[in-house]
Ligand binder design. Sequence first.
Ligand code: C2E
Ligand code: CA
Ligand code: CA
Ligand code: CA
Length: 279
Amino acid sequence: LKETKQGWYLFYEEALKDQLLEESELENVFGKALRSGEFFIQIQPKYSFATGRLIGGEALVRWKHPEKGLLTPSQFIPLFEKHNLLIPLDMYVLKLVCKLLKRWEEEGKPLLPISVNQSRAHLLVTDYEESLVSLVDHFNVDHHLMEFELTETLFLHDMTHLASVLTTLRSQGFLVSLDDFGSGYSSLTMLKDVQIDVIKMDQGFFTDLTSNEQGRVVIQHVIAMAKDLGITTIAEGVESEEQARMLASMGCDGVQGYFYSQPLEVSEYEQLLADDTPR
Ligand code: C2E
Ligand code: CA
Ligand code: CA
Ligand code: CA
């Protein structure tokens, strides 16, 4: 194994290829998988610290591969992104979520936002935001129920263009959140120029929260800064009660993580919607 990052990356890609399929066949396999409904979503609940109640969920894609079994995003998303298949996949996921929200509305279920992930490259595509809007409108879904989670590496690119795309989406009532906050370098810079609704603090940001006094100060101030900017803070990947307690005491708004719930099958999430008692 080479020690460079590049080396690791190549190794990783090789492994992916072996594991999944010949790259040359990828497009065919993807098309077939899409048509035969092999992609589906699980939903991970988000809770409010203040009320203990469900405040929404994040849609996470999975691939039920006919031979390989259940695949998680890390096993196929990097490869898809490299081969320009991630936009069609993310559009498909958005469609699934729209159908779900529509059905819940028709069934009179309580309506809470569902977020979908959007990878960094997408918003650089001309008129991408218009494709998002027209898909959601095709299903006649309330924009306030749709949240777009953007990975922060996105903001390394053209900030002016990005700012205008996000302004368009937000002016139409969609929620925009900054995913993986604290996992990279551009988070703060980007908050200077771009308006968003939610910061999702990365797990790596607070795993050592209980032992790291300095880290606690940083997080506390990030939460306070977000408040001053009118931004909601969500801690993701919370795995212990101790972490949850500290984040709550620092004024963090919401939480998502194994301590509260794993990503759920849609039917299980619907159960939660129907029976929402505070946790
Ligand atoms: P993410 O957006 O940061 O999503 C959270 C990931 O953390 C999910 O992994 C979730 O299952 C996992 N997680 C949640 N709570 C905990 C916890 O307490 N501890 C730990 N260790 N992990 C937790 P998953 O589903 O494997 O997704 C991985 C990543 O793949 C996502 O990270 C997101 O960047 C990407 N992804 C997932 N679905 C989609 C999609 O439809 N489109 C795109 N473009 N990316 C997606
Ligand atoms: Ca996310
Ligand atoms: Ca994240
Ligand atoms: Ca993450």
